[in-house]
Ligand binder design. Structure first.
Ligand code: FAD
Length: 412
């Protein structure tokens, strides 16, 4: 059996490393080698939760095990007069490491272990057909930009036809970590969200400031202009916006030191959330399966895309270990539906947070601010999408969740 994997993001690399560990024959294709992955602007600002970190341990990856990379606490503030605010310690710390470093290190490790990698930009369906001549299954883990035409959008699972947020952000000096240390999310009603996790990058420990703007709202003037031309002006305008809308974040910023770590460390864009059909026929008897963003793209508001990509890569590796083939339509359809059971709560929860404020979310945030047990239980669910979805999907689920959380005895 031979598997071709296109893409060296977290989905492709976790799958390739997992198959390599089991001695299965796989070849990884991507245009970018480790040095290319390390260079260029950031493409995301990823926080990995404990489940992803546990999978890394299973893969024998230990580079970010040390507590210096930990983000143990989550702080949530609704930035409005009298808005709820709470903080909670995650059951196990998350970790936020610049993906330019992370992915380059994973690819190097894969090569060190003797993994097959071919530097190749796979150019559309024609090229996928060529890979199908060499491999019994082609897994497309090429992210949201390329090769997605092969997998038609699934309208029943894709409520958005445009980006619900416009994004701009960067890596900054001059922001004090929150106390206790970790990640902060500032929700600004009608405007969007600002995320500010502590982040480990080429410049050591810095802070991400990522603005998620509701299109046409008060943050739009910042997100709708290309900021790469003038990074200093960007920092100044961002500070002005934080001062006006997110005072709890402003309180952590030293104005004189607030600056992008490097001009290149700036990200701008938007994500149209989409679920595609998870598989495609390439020839009479060869198929492609999509994983990660190539299959399901989520807005980063809930910090789930890379965590989901890793979870799906592991699930697919297990399926491949358990099936010698053939990797036909039945296999692809069945595996894709099983993986959908993993992905669905992430998609539903993320879409709920992107929509107009649901009344149960207001109830939930107020209850978390009021009772540490609720805050703890809510924050613990950031790494448990099924449980999170049960808790937020409707007023009854939220009421039940709050009641259960309040029934837990506080530890003395
Ligand atoms: C601002 C921002 C913040 C985010 N924050 C978080 C977070 O906190 N937590 C979280 O879990 N997720 C987060 N995400 C989402 C996360 O970044 C993605 O879900 C995740 O990185 C997707 O991984 P992937 O491997 O599926 O795809 P990608 O990371 O897109 O990897 C695709 C790979 O395929 C290669 N490739 C592409 N096309 C081709 C081709 N034609 N031929 C060969 N190779 C190709 C690319 O070079 C790349 O190496 C965030 C996203 C953004 C934009």
């Amino acid at each position: 059996m031979s598997i071709g994997i296109v893409g060296t993001g977290i989905s492709g690399l976790h799958l390739a490393l997992g198959l390599r560990q089991s001695g299965l024959d796989a070849t990884l294709y991507s245009a970018q080698g480790p040095d290319d992955l390390r260079g260029g602007p950031p493409l995301n600002f990823v926080t990995r939760f404990a489940s992803t970190r546990a999978r890394e341990r299973e893969l024998g990856l230990s580079a970010w095990e040390s507590s210096e990379f930990d983000n143990p606490w989550m702080h949530v503030t609704v930035e409005a007069p009298g808005g709820p605010s709470f903080r909670a310690r995650l059951p196990e710390p998350a970790s936020s490491v610049d993906f330019r470093i992370y992915l380059a290190a994973l690819l190097e490790e894969y090569l060190r272990r003797g993994g097959n990698w071919i530097r190749r930009q796979v150019a559309g369906r024609g090229d996928l057909l060529r890979l199908a001549e060499r491999h019994e299954l082609v897994v497309v883990a090429a992210g949201r930009g390329a090769l997605t035409d092969t997998f038609p959008r699934d309208p029943a699972r894709s409520p958005h036809d445009r980006a619900p947020r416009h994004l701009v952000g960067g890596l900054f000096h001059g922001v004090r970590p929150p106390d206790p240390p970790g990640m902060t999310m500032h929700m600004v009603p009608g405007a969007g969200e600002i995320h500010a996790p502590t982040y480990h990058s080429m410049d050591g420990r810095v802070t991400v400031v990522l603005v998620e703007a509701v299109p046409g709202g008060p943050f739009a003037e910042l997100t709708d202009r290309d900021q790469r031309e003038d990074p200093d002006r960007f920092a100044k305008e961002l500070l002005g916006l934080i001062t006006a809308y997110a005072p709890t974040l402003r309180a952590r910023i030293d104005e004189r030191a607030f600056a992008l770590t490097r001009p290149v460390d700036l990200l701008r864009g938007s994500v149209v959330p989409v679920v595609r059909r998870g598989w495609a026929r390439l020839t009479d008897d060869r198929f492609a399966l999509a994983v990660g963003d190539a299959w399901i793209t989520n807005d980063p508001i809930t910090a789930q895309g890379a965590n989901l990509g890793s979870a799906l890569a592991f699930q697919l590796a297990d399926e491949l270990r358990g099936t010698p083939g053939p990797y036909d339509e039945t296999f692809c359809r069945t595996v894709s539906e099983r993986m959908w059971a993993t992905a669905q709560p992430v998609v539903d929860w993320t879409n709920l947070f992107l929509g107009p404020p649901a009344p149960q979310l207001g109830t939930l945030l107020a209850a978390a601010a009021d009772d540490q047990r609720v805050a703890d239980a809510f924050v613990a669910r950031l790494d448990r999408p099924h449980a999170m979805w049960r808790c937020v999907r409707g007023p009854d689920g939220t009421a039940e969740f709050i009641e259960e959380a309040r029934a837990v005895r506080s530890t003395p």
